[in-house]
Design a protein around this ligand. Structure first.
Ligand SMILES: [Ca+2]
Ligand SMILES: [Ca+2]
Ligand SMILES: [Ca+2]
Ligand SMILES: [Ca+2]
Length: 498
């Protein structure tokens, strides 16, 4: 199987946990025979940091959550590259937000906590008092602030499934980047990969993908196939049980994301987990998309997201919860608003403040040990459920005149079927093959020497292959039957013809 770390560069916890899984698996195998057996049986590839340049950006000062790699992008298409990124105006080493007192602004302080900014709703007789944008100046004097930081191409927006054409961070075309190309090539070069586990916000272990009967018959698949959904649902249940948490924020719909590509286009079982989030006890359920929009792109504020809000006012609820949680943990993750002099707004009050980058995406270090152990538990659980073919029985019946009927029964002893329904449709798997080894001059009256077997269901799903063969000269003492496929293992049985 393949384990992939932080597909979103800023979620460094993903790469840390991927490394921990590797170490823990090796360590546990020393004392636990069943783990050793699993490691003998399966190969685990781990790509802890699929976007090294993007991840490296996390350590550059001033600190800001990176979106993409180091490709030089002209984000606003004005012919200049990276001419106006965020600026650390208060010199504290962090890029946060800034608010500009402005009667025409859309934002106002939250009634419960003035540190949190929410969009004013005129229908509620509220009036905006501030403009809100990312900390910085208009370096190129085009009337827009921080519109081009040459943010690069995001690893998790550059894959082929539901590719977000022409959108920020998507890149010039699908799999255009060295990183995405390298990971996709690696995957295709290793047909023995049966399942992919990814640390990603587009999780399906906490929010299982839902099948859609209406679109299932269409040639281009957009939803998990209904035949695959129960397997995914069961694994998701296992994951939540092992993790002991069931309160994750909503999963955004992927666009060009890696884990969806792994299922829809690479055709493998694909499981995604968010790894960590601020506990729901501190945070009421919020839309993850909104959260990103709230922290990153308030200046482009989208009214539509407010219009969809349910009757209860949840504006700023996740921010409030995050503040409560930071406080309860004694973590300094918020910069209190403080006035600065801003060259672009000489006559207005401008303050810098807000959440520090990374704190809401990555857990405190003290939680890493437990998270590592639990994810290792899940990977071991998953390894024990991967498809695995075995020859159960090979029966030989003499029919006279040097003619024999040979019946082989193969089973899949894993929980997962040998290929997902999506993989079968995408034709990206290497199908199970079965072969009868017999002397060259053997006549195959029924069945071919070698043939492909369709999908074998999990939990002891079986298939039967029947050959009728005649040996023109002397019959051999033994024949053997072999069954194999790169992702589901191999088995061979020799039987005597006596
Ligand atoms: Ca530009
Ligand atoms: Ca700053
Ligand atoms: Ca500008
Ligand atoms: Ca700037």
């Amino acid at each position: 199987m393949l384990i992939v770390g932080n597909v979103e560069a800023a979620q460094l916890v993903g790469s840390e946990l991927a490394m921990r899984i590797a170490r823990l698996l090796a360590k546990r195998a020393e004392n636990d025979k069943s783990v050793q057996q699993l490691l003998d049986q399966y190969t685990i590839y781990i790509i802890p940091r699929p976007n090294p340049d993007g991840s490296e950006k996390c350590w550059r000062r001033p600190y800001q959550e990176p979106q993409g790699n180091d490709r030089r992008t002209d984000d606003d298409r004005d012919g200049e590259i990276g001419e106006d990124g965020p600026d650390d105006l208060d010199g504290n080493g962090w890029i946060t937000m800034m608010r500009i007192a402005d009667p025409a602004g859309e934002y106002m302080p939250h009634p419960a906590d003035a540190r949190i900014m929410i969009k004013a709703d005129p229908r509620k007789n509220e009036r905006g008092q501030y403009r809100l944008m990312v900390e910085g100046i208009d370096n190129d004097h085009d009337g827009q602030w921080n519109e081009d930081g040459s943010a690069g191409v995001s690893f998790n927006r550059n894959f082929t499934f539901r590719y977000p054409y022409f959108q920020a961070g998507a890149g010039p075309n699908q799999v255009s980047e060295i990183e995405t190309r390298a990971v996709a090539d690696f995957a295709f070069d290793h047909p023995n990969i049966a399942a992919v586990f990814t640390f990603t916000p587009e999780d399906n272990l906490l929010h299982p993908w839902k099948p859609d009967a209406g679109s299932e018959g269409r040639p281009i698949k957009t939803h998990i196939m209904s035949a695959d959904a129960p397997y995914q649902d069961y694994l998701a249940e296992r994951y939540r049980k092992i993790l002991g948490r069931d309160d994750a924020p909503d999963s955004p719909a992927g666009a060009g994301s890696f884990s969806e590509w792994a299922y829809f286009h690479y055709g493998r079982w694909s499981l995604g987990a968010r790894a960590w989030w601020i506990p729901a006890a501190a945070e009421k359920k919020t839309d993850a998309k909104e959260k990103t929009a709230d922290t990153k792109e308030k200046k482009k504020g989208d009214v539509a997201s407010d219009a969809k809000k349910p009757a209860t006012d949840t504006r700023g609820a996740d921010d409030l919860a995050a503040l409560r949680w930071l406080k309860s943990q004694g973590i300094d993750g918020f910069v209190d608003w403080h006035p600065i002099k801003h060259p672009d707004f000489p006559n207005q009050k401008v303050e810098v403040g807000g959440f520090k980058p990374f704190y809401r995406l990555n857990p405190p270090a003290k939680e890493l040990d437990a998270l590592g152990e639990k994810h290792c538990d899940f990977i071991i659980d998953l390894l024990g459920r991967l498809p695995h073919v075995k020859l159960n029985e090979v029966k030989v019946e003499p029919l006279g005149a040097n003619t024999y009927r040979i019946t082989a029964t193969a089973i899949n002893s894993g929980y997962l079927s040998t290929v997902s329904e999506m993989g079968r449709i995408a034709e990206k798997d290497y199908p199970v093959q079965i072969e009868l080894s017999a002397p060259k001059d053997t006549d195959f009256l029924q069945g071919n020497r070698r043939s492909m077997i369709g999908k074998i269901e999990g939990e002891g799903g079986k298939v039967e292959q029947v050959w009728t063969v005649r040996f023109p000269k002397q019959r051999p003492e033994n024949i053997s039957v072999r069954i194999w496929a790169p992702a589901v293992g191999a088995d061979e049985k020799k039987v005597s013809l006596k």
